[in-house]
Design a protein around this ligand. Structure first.
Ligand SMILES: [Zn+2]
Ligand SMILES: [Zn+2]
Length: 421
């Protein structure tokens, strides 16, 4: 038997209903916030991610699916979404269009990780990017948007963990302070952090292997912000206050990727326990210039759909049932095949899944198949019905039957749907 590749999954009914519902709900809110969908390719050049995500990150060093194509080009299966959106922004000269460019995307991403850590090698993300504005109101907008999305999806007790990691004018001094503080604790650090301490000491702050008390004692980036970064951060926090978005300043929040500047944030739901962020994001004001485009500030976030969907399924088990549409099954004689197909055409848009029997054997066998498929109603078209332009509608649970004019079957199904709700 040929099996799916390790770390990948088939998404089957009925779970796929949750995927459709989540993607549709999030996309609808994104559009209502003025964002447009962007679909970028699944394969990109390796250079895009070594340049953006950064050499020396776990993603680039260990986790990328990298392969040569037949001409020897170095390609990758995209490991994240932001770099590709920025590449597209540059490639299509969107800086010449009215600012900001606001995108949302949903799709598959790939990282070669150990599946036992609960992560898939092919995983799915929904993300947004707002490119072109440095205003803290833009940061507030992307945060406000995801709070609206998660609220629409029925999640509660949401709050934002937030930090500012500064920019090129203030981060060097912070890094130096952090490095010298870490030097006095070098024996306590894990082997990775001994290396990170030199290359990128911020990374030590989100290392899960370090003593939290040690990490809490280290210098805070917000104590080193330059006046511009300070203004930006406080203005963002003030806006979150006025919008009633709960937040907690978390000076250990740095996010794993090289390209963040100033704002970094995660959204957590207290219902899920303290360690469990639903999504993360931040500002990346240098990324587009770094990729060869014009200097362009930007902010965004990305959310793992696997996790969000498993949270929703666990919290609201009745959700799948409410997303399932009822089924009707057309039982018919071979003389009524055309009428059966035509009847189904007229039922499009009524909110029912309609099967037309394709074996055309006895009505008893067709009705049995209707029941096995979970149909609630059988729409029966035999000789008598054909001659009178009617349909016999049988409720497969109660056994009750009614004769309905063919032209009225749609209205009958609409009414039946309303009565169920
Ligand atoms: Zn460490
Ligand atoms: Zn600064």
């Amino acid at each position: 038997m040929i099996k799916s590749v390790k770390g990948t999954s088939d998404i089957l009914a009925p779970e796929v209903l949750l995927w459709q519902y989540v993607e549709k709900t999030m996309a609808a809110v994104a559009k209502e916030y003025g964002y447009e969908e962007i679909r970028t390719p699944t394969i990109e050049t390796e250079e895009l991610f070594t340049t953006s995500v950064g050499e020396g990150t776990d993603i680039v060093e260990k986790e990328m699916y990298t392969f040569p194509d037949k001409k020897g080009r170095h390609l990758v299966l995209r490991p994240e979404g932001t770099a590709a959106a920025c590449r597209a922004y540059i490639e299509h000269q969107m800086n010449l269009q009215p600012s900001p460019s606001k995108f949302y995307y949903a799709g598959s991403f790939f990282r070669y990780e150990q599946p036992q850590s609960g992560r898939k090698r092919e995983f799915h993300s929904f993300g947004v990017e707002a490119i072109g504005e440095s205003s803290p109101l833009q940061d507030a907008e992307v945060i406000d948007m995801v709070m609206t999305m998660l609220t629409h999806l029925g999640l509660s007790h949401l709050s934002v963990d937030i930090n500012s990691i500064g920019d090129d004018s203030c981060r060097p001094a912070y890094k130096a302070a952090l490095r010298s503080a870490l030097e006095t604790h070098v024996d306590e650090l894990c082997s990775d952090c001994k290396r990170r301490m030199v290359e990128n000491p911020l990374r030590v702050l989100d290392c899960k292997r370090e003593d939290p008390l040690l990490l809490d004692s280290l210098p805070k980036s917000t104590d080193y912000l330059c006046p511009d970064c300070e203004d930006h951060y406080h203005s963002l926090l003030a806006t979150l206050n006025t919008l009633g978005i709960p937040y907690r300043q978390n000076h250990r929040l740095v996010r794993g990727l090289d390209y963040y500047t100033r704002t970094v944030f995660e959204v957590v739901s207290e219902d899920l326990g303290a360690q469990n962020a639903l999504l993360g994001g931040g500002r990346y004001d240098y990324l587009i210039r770094h990729l060869g485009g014009p200097a362009t500030p930007a902010v965004g976030w990305g959310l793992g759909l696997e996790r969000l969907i498993s949270v929703l399924a666990a919290r609201t088990p009745e959700l799948i049932g409410s997303l399932t549409i009822p089924r009707a099954y057309v039982v018919h004689s071979s003389a009524a095949t055309t009428a059966a197909f035509e009847l189904r055409r007229t039922l499009a848009g009524k909110g029912w899944a309609v099967d037309v029997d394709v074996r055309e054997d006895g009505f008893g066998k067709q009705l049995a198949r209707a029941s096995r498929r979970g149909a609630r109603l059988a729409l029966i078209l035999g000789e008598d019905e054909l001659s009178s332009a009617t349909c016999t509608i049988k409720d497969l649970a109660s056994g009750s039957q009614s004769s309905v004019l063919l032209t009225d079957v749609g209205a009958f199904l609409s009414t039946a749907l309303l009565q169920e709700k």
